[in-house]
Design a binder for this molecule. Structure first.
Ligand code: BGP
Length: 468
């Protein structure tokens, strides 16, 4: 059988994504103060897998040089991490921590010296505790404090960092913290969730405004998790409507204000009907959102969501949630990542790319996260002790084929970042699911060992594609 070659555009970015809180460790070092994660772990350690908390994570704070060398070895020409607000401005507002400035300067300079383009994100679920004590995203003063933090980052590092990201998956703290009880402050109240979402979007727009006013010659974007929604039956109007409503709540809610400058009107109508619109939305907020559109977008994709019409009644006293308007649907025979319990649907990456192409002016985008989490990955070690993760290589190839198809049809994609470079701490899941190109042994001094996928990723990047 003849081989097909998947060649990507010249200058395509290959790399991976991670975040400060998930990799740095050193939570109590260098003048950092607690974020909501340190605080929540101190209250309820049992809610974290194997009670592993955020204090040490993967020791990047000390091992960043070794890690950056390994990034080079695994073919990275770009890499995303985040600046921890709780490290740079430990009280959220006020003094900049000089030790943090030195640390992030060293990381950025080391990346550039190794030919790796830094992508810097400003918020990866990590609200400083001092800000949460003031009400977190429910309080407008926190919105302004974030804008000041963003400006400080641009001024300190913007001479070298040319790709900025305001937020990673901003809907996740809304879901986790105010709807579904998997982030601190564990509130279950959709109207407050909507307020948090709105303030997050204003904070994002203010950061974009600040960046553009500084004229530093780089680009600013955001990273959204755009899980596509598919109806159980394309021929059933109620199923199609259910998928549309779910998509309004979970996709268009952030995508439209960030790329089109306004909230979807249909979503506003539904939220008004259920009396869950945020209490405080000002004309000046809407103007700020309208005037500050991003330059590019990062798309995170792991799994699709399938929905059907609401078939089961909701208890009349249950707090309103969007899934009162649809039910989840499990497609029989779906392809699974059995280790993580997530569906694998590679073609969805094509649908996401074409959505941006058709409905958002074909704005430049990159895949900012995609990856395969595996629990108990040690069982795939060979005799030499190296993890042979052929399943991860197959996963990446499967998605790249569909991304390649979208690019051939005109999608404006400039890169692919895998989640993640080296195994890292993942919130409540701690070290349960391993995603790295590089293994991190948390029981043996955070020792790194390149997996088979890491070696393959180098070939992929060197060849700017692959053949099969
Ligand atoms: C994404 C987040 C990452 C990371 C990843 C894996 O949504 O942006 O921070 O945690 O998911 O998650 P998990 O370990 O739950 O599989």
């Amino acid at each position: 059988m003849s081989k097909t070659t998947y060649q990507f555009p010249t200058g395509f970015l290959w790399g991976s994504a991670s975040s400060g809180p998930q990799t740095e460790g050193g939570a109590d070092e260098g003048g950092r103060k607690p974020s909501i994660w340190d605080h929540w772990y101190s209250l309820e350690p049992s809610r974290f897998h194997n009670e592993v908390g955020p204090t040490n994570t993967s020791n990047f704070y000390h091992q960043y040089k070794e890690d950056i060398a390994l990034m080079k070895e695994t073919g990275h020409n770009s890499f995303r991490t985040s600046i921890q607000w709780s490290r740079l401005i430990p009280d959220g507002i006020g003094e900049v921590n000089e030790e943090a400035v030195e640390f992030y300067n060293r990381v950025i300079d080391e990346l550039i010296a190794n030919g790796i383009e830094p992508f810097m994100n400003l918020f990866h679920f990590d609200m400083p505790m001092a800000m949460q004590e003031m009400g977190g995203w429910e309080n407008r003063e926190v919105v302004d404090a974030f804008a000041s933090f963003a400006t400080a980052c641009f001024e300190l590092f913007g001479d070298r960092v040319k790709h900025w990201i305001t937020f990673n998956e901003p809907i996740v703290p809304v879901e986790g913290g105010y709807m579904y009880d998997f982030h601190y402050p564990n509130i279950v109240d959709f109207k407050r969730a909507a307020q948090v979402a709105h303030h997050t979007i204003v904070a994002h727009a203010l950061a974009v405004k600040s960046y553009k006013s500084l004229d530093l010659g780089g680009k600013i974007g955001t990273v959204l998790n755009l899980t596509p929604f598919y109806p159980r039956s394309k021929d059933n109007a109620a199923d199609v409507r259910a998928a549309h409503v779910a998509d309004l709540f979970f996709t268009r809610s952030f995508l439209d204000p960030m790329l089109k400058g306004e909230y979807p009107k249909e979503l506003v109508v539904i939220m008004r009907e259920y009396d869950v619109l945020p209490a405080d939305v000002r004309d000046e907020d809407l103007a700020t959102i309208k005037e500050n559109i991003i330059d590019f977008i990062g798309l995170n994709y792991y799994q699709p969501r399938r929905v059907k019409l609401k078939e089961h009644a909701v208890h009349p006293d249950a707090p309103f949630m969007p899934n009162h308007l649809f039910d989840n649907y499990e497609m029989p025979g779906r392809k699974m990542n059995v280790h993580r319990g997530w569906e694998i649907c590679e073609a969805a990456i094509y649908d996401m790319a074409m959505d941006i192409y058709h409905h958002y002016g074909n704005i430049p985008f990159y895949i900012a996260e995609n990856g395969m989490g595996v629990e108990g990955e040690e069982k795939f070690k060979n005799e030499a002790g190296n993890i042979e993760d052929d399943y991860r290589i197959a996963f990446i190839k499967g998605h790249l084929k569909h991304l390649h198809r979208a690019i051939e049809e005109g999608a404006n994609c400039f890169g692919y970042h895998l989640w993640t470079f080296a195994d890292n701490w993942s919130w409540m899941n701690a070290y349960k699911n391993r995603y790295g190109l590089v293994e991190v042994d948390i029981n043996d001094g955070f020792k790194r060992r390149v997996k088979k996928s890491g070696r393959w990723y180098k070939e992929l990047s060197d060849n700017n594609g692959f053949s099969e």
